[in-house]
Ligand binder design. Structure first.
Ligand code: C5P
Length: 417
């Protein structure tokens, strides 16, 4: 189990139950496995263990107050909800289960659980009568039907001197469930991926450039989704307003030529997804000084831009081996084809011309740039698969799943990584 959770962040919510003392052991075990553990302690939880004990073991600040100015300034509750790879509620008291079922946001724990988009593993702990009460059972069934992951409760002697179902699962079993969860989701563990994203800026003079409307949302989402499946992911991004995705090595570039050089240096063995909207042209020579508006008066002509073609990064990565290339072609090369007419035919032709294995065709006549949504067709050599309209994050998750399927199928015949 050594370092098996390296790079993972667990958000542990500890609520009011005597079993809270076991969660201190869980924190210690998670950290031994390399996980970063952030803890929210409810008011009830604080009656059983102290923030000091939690922080001493987690090595992190312990969060508890939704309306604390310092907590919100340092790490807002929404950010806290999003930065975790998995949320674990252990122990989950009857009261917290009820508040989760109702979708309340009346303290830090409940608000974070409501705002989180991650999977939530819940380990209930309470007196046997409280657990068996129809209200608790209905809440529990509702939470299970909404997709929470569960462990326990177990039956046996309890701290309240009664016996029956309601005892929190043991820390070693919760840890094993967490490790299993990550192994099941790490379908691209051991694989390496490169993703390009965003526009490129091709300088005209020191203050102007040729650019385009790409936001980078799709490329960044793909890098995030590949990393979430365990791929060692590098994102080469042109200028965007987006934050670097967590768990992804991000390199910032400006021009197409910088993007190409960075990609060639880092060309991985397994996956390349070219989602960047690379400028097709750059100016032949960048003006060393700002081009003045008075040019017309002085020379009698408008300033003219002489353009030369930029390298086609996807075409080079997907194409035949270039003599001076240090690394060989990635196993799976994927491009995008943004078209406004004859979508499928143009995309299939582009796939072949650029030597990529798959191409995601999208119709950009309907305002895809900057939008959170996308509508794509996945095209390979033999087939076309039209996906329904969905968010760019969903496109990314689905694409990452397809990539994992591809490697799962090919590893049956090839040597595994
Ligand atoms: O030729 P077009 O720009 O339509 O091709 C789009 C695909 O090619 C995208 O996957 C884009 O990332 C990639 N591309 C590239 N380098 C270029 C132009 C496009 O990687 N110079």
């Amino acid at each position: 189990m050594d370092r098996m959770l390296h790079g993972k962040t667990i958000l542990l919510i500890i609520s009011g139950s005597i079993a809270a003392y076991k969660s201190l052991d869980l924190i210690r075990r998670l950290r031994t496995c390399g996980a970063c553990v952030r803890v929210i302690l409810t008011k009830g939880g604080e009656q059983f263990i102290t923030p000091l004990a939690v922080s001493a073991l987690s090595g992190e600040k312990t969060y508890h107050d939704l309306f604390s100015l310092t907590d919100e300034t340092e790490m807002g509750h929404i950010r806290l909800a999003r930065m975790a790879d998995l949320v674990v509620v252990a122990p989950a008291s009857a009261d917290l289960l009820a508040r989760m079922a109702q979708g309340r946001a009346d303290d830090m724990a409940a608000a974070v659980l409501l705002a989180s988009t991650r999977d939530i593993l819940v380990a209930p702990a309470m007196n046997v009568a409280m657990w068996n009460h129809p209200a608790t059972q209905e809440n529990w069934q509702l939470l299970l039907s909404r997709g929470i992951l569960s462990i326990g409760p177990e039956s046996g002697d309890m701290a309240c001197h009664e016996s029956g179902a309601g005892r929190m699962a043991e820390p070693e079993d919760i840890l094993a469930t967490i490790i299993d969860y990550f192994s099941a989701h790490q379908r691209l563990a051991g694989r390496r991926a490169l993703v390009t994203s965003g526009p490129t800026h091709e300088p005209i003079d020191p203050v102007r450039y040729i650019g385009n409307r790409s936001s980078g949302k799709q490329g960044h989402a793909i890098a995030t989704a590949l990393a979430a499946l365990g791929a060692e992911t590098m994102l080469v991004s042109g200028p965007t307003a987006l934050a670097d995705p967590p768990g992804v090595t991000t390199i910032h570039v400006e021009t197409a030529r910088q993007m190409l050089a960075t990609c060639m240096d880092a060309l991985p063995r397994d996956i390349a997804v070219c989602a960047a909207a690379v400028s097709d042209w750059r100016t032949k020579d960048q003006a060393p000084q700002k081009i003045k508006k008075t040019t017309l008066k002085k020379t009698g002509t408008f300033p003219a831009l002489k353009l030369v073609e930029n390298p086609d990064i996807l075409g080079i990565i997907g194409g035949p081996v270039v003599a001076n290339r240090r690394n060989s072609r990635p196993d799976l090369v994927i491009g995008f084809a943004a078209e406004t007419n004859q979508l499928r035919a143009q995309a299939q032709a582009k796939r072949q011309a650029k030597g990529c294995d798959w191409i995601l065709a999208n119709d950009v006549s309907q305002g895809v740039f900057g939008s959170p949504d996308n509508h794509v067709i996945l095209i390979d050599e033999h087939s076309e698969e039209a996906w329904p309209p969905m968010t760019k994050t969903q496109v990314a998750t689905r694409l990452a799943g397809r990539i994992a399927d591809y490697f799962a199928a090919s590893s049956k015949t090839d040597t595994p990584p």
